[in-house]
Design a protein around this ligand. Structure first.
Ligand SMILES: Cc1cc2nc3c(=O)[nH]c(=O)nc-3n(C[C@H](O)[C@H](O)[C@H](O)COP(=O)(O)OP(=O)(O)OC[C@H]3O[C@@H](n4cnc5c(N)ncnc54)[C@H](O)[C@@H]3O)c2cc1C
Length: 458
């Protein structure tokens, strides 16, 4: 039987990053994967969606080339080619992980892995043992009983990025990051899109002002939005789909070619041997302590399969921390209050920390600053004046409680707030840190200045 120091079950951004860090720390490491290296993120999530969104963005630029003094006639899109490009990008990234496994001398065990008692994993008839087993089996699209996915007319995210034919009409159920990214993509290439959101605003986890701005932008671009609305049933018996939607005003039937269910994820906890080993699970998630140890010594869990934000960078950070702790390093528990969340539709959204409402609900005395991109030179030059940066500080101590952005390229700007908060910076320090001109990032400095009544360009 092959014996390792560490075996990681699953090779998503949780699993493969964990394996690399483990190898760097000197552990003999193997990773077990039943599909493609890189997991959902590289193959079916973060990366292929961003490739689709890039095609949409380029197409938008071409359609509005005259805004930049350019003449482009007959700009057309080729749906097959867009999908093919996205798949190619994903494949390239997955191959990159293969290279990294080799470079770091990590054994890749291909096949379906099942946990066994005694710190063992069985992969298709062969048993492997390790001192430490890290479970990183991730998640899949969640199915609602009222919205069973048939993979053809009622689909999840995987099918949404590999459709053979572009739908004329699409209903997107759920307006979290996945829902609005697909809504934006399909709308921009000419599909008629309706978003149905159960809560009273789209992108419900975001600051209220961000949700309102996105709703305005989406409506302007032709996306229909129904909030406080629920799909109670779907009829797929005809050529298309008829969805019964319950709103405050009553029930209505919406017709479409495709319904995309984007209502969250379901952890891959079934049939991986958790019960045989006795690993405790609570409401779809494996229970872990601050360093990702399960209730059974020698077994750990990280990524989407554990509580905490279901994001690639969270999965990676958890895995690194987990193996550094195993290696005996002095590590601090992850601060889940300082995890950035990004949404890559247009305009983009990026946020970290408390929303204004959350800060108020906590009874905090706050200072709020906001700077619109309409007042930014770089945004004007780039033709991207939509959106703003909003910052929230504790009035007494100057602690940076939250930062919320919506606009072009903001997903590349949020790290400033994450780092500032990590280093416990105050508003005055951000203000005195000179930002380059002209950049979109100046809007962060100006929003902070606004919170302290020192804003220059408003
Ligand atoms: C459409 C979409 C877009 C997204 N966009 C973003 C984004 O922009 N940014 C972001 O941060 N996050 C994004 N996410 C979320 C991100 O993809 C996940 O948070 C991340 O992939 C979780 O990583 P993980 O390692 O926990 O699991 P996964 O990436 O799900 O990987 C788990 C791996 O384990 C393998 N596996 C499972 N069971 C077994 C078994 N028994 N034996 C062998 N192998 C097994 C699976 O095949 C898979 O490869 C997106 C998700 C989706 C669906």
């Amino acid at each position: 039987m092959s014996k390792y120091d560490i075996i990681v079950l699953g090779s998503g951004p949780g699993g493969y990053v964990t394996a690399i860090r483990a190898s760097q720390l000197g552990f003999k490491t193997a990773v077990v994967e039943k599909e493609s290296l890189g997991g959902v993120c590289l193959n079916w999530g973060c990366i292929p969606t961003k490739a689709l969104l890039k095609s949409a963005q380029v197409f938008e630029y071409l359609k509005h080339a005259e805004n930049y003094g350019l003449k482009v006639s007959g700009a057309e899109h080729d749906f097959d080619a867009i999908v093919k490009r996205s798949r190619g990008v994903a494949e390239g990234m997955s191959n990159g992980v293969k290279f990294l496994m080799k470079k770091n001398k990590i054994d890749v065990i291909e096949g379906y892995g099942t946990l066994k008692a005694g710190k063992k994993i069985e992969v298709e008839g062969t048993e492997y043992s390790a001192d430490h087993i890290i479970i990183a089996t991730g998640a899949r699209s969640r199915e609602l009983p009222s919205l069973p996915q048939d993979g053809k007319k009622v689909i999840g995210y995987r099918q949404a990025m590999t459709l053979e034919k572009q739908p004329k009409k699409m209903i997107v159920v759920g307006s979290g990051a996945i829902g609005v990214e697909f809504a934006y993509f399909y709308n921009s290439i000419g599909t008629e899109v309706t978003i149905v959101e159960y809560l009273d605003k789209i992108v419900p986890v975001e600051d209220d002002e961000v949700s309102k701005q996105l709703e305005r932008s989406f409506k302007k671009s032709g996306i229909k939005i129904k909030t406080s609305a629920e799909v109670t049933s779907v009829d797929t018996s005809g050529t298309g789909v008829k969805a019964t939607v319950k709103t405050k005003k009553g029930e209505e039937i919406l017709e479409a070619d495709i319904v995309l269910s984007a209502v969250g994820i379901k952890s891959n906890i079934e049939n991986i041997g958790l019960e045989d080993v006795g690993i405790a699970v609570d409401r779809d998630k494996i229970l872990v302590n601050d360093f990702y140890q399960t209730n059974i010594p020698g077994y750990y869990a990280i990524g989407d399969i554990t509580p905490g934000q279901a994001l690639a960078h969270v999965a990676s950070a958890e895995g690194i921390l987990c193996v550094e702790k195993i290696a005996g390093q002095h590590v601090e528990a992850l601060d889940y209050g300082n995890i950035p969340g990004c949404t890559y539709c247009s305009p983009e959204i990026a946020s970290v920390g408390l929303t204004e409402q959350q800060a108020k609900d906590k009874g905090l005395d706050i200072k709020v600053g906001k700077f619109p991109f309409s007042a930014s030179g770089k945004a004007s030059a780039g033709g991207n004046k939509e959106g703003f940066v909003k910052v929230i500080f504790d009035a007494k101590y100057g602690e940076w409680l939250g930062c919320h952005m919506i606009g072009a390229g903001v997903t590349d700007m949020i790290a400033e707030a994450v780092l500032g908060r990590k280093l416990e910076t105050t508003g005055h320090e951000v203000l005195k840190a000179v930002h380059p001109h002209p950049t979109m990032s100046e809007a962060v400095m100006e929003a902070v200045a606004d919170a302290y009544d020192e804003v220059i360009h408003l």
